[in-house]
Write a new protein. Structure first.
Length: 79
């Protein structure tokens, strides 16, 4: 059992590391009091994303987010 739980814990930690890397934060934010506040919008965005069944609708969302990101980061738009 110890091997199974250790392996599971290692997989869970790797999953948290991957998620933190994707979100651009450290794994510590998942365990602090601020995590629910920081990720509430991301959770809503993911929930809405998953509710979109049509791939063209998802593409529209991605195009919009890319445009917002480009406008917020002038370096990104010049590349």
């Amino acid at each position: 059992m110890a091997d199974g739980s250790g392996s599971s814990a290692a997989r869970s930690y790797r999953t948290l590391q991957n998620l933190a890397g994707t979100l651009g934060c450290s794994t510590e934010v998942f365990f602090g009091d601020t995590a629910p506040h920081i990720f509430a919008d991301a959770e809503e965005l993911l929930r809405l994303w998953l509710a979109l069944e049509n791939s063209s609708e998802r593409l529209r969302v991605l195009d919009f987010v890319r445009a917002v990101k480009s406008a917020a980061d002038p370096k990104c738009g010049d590349a």
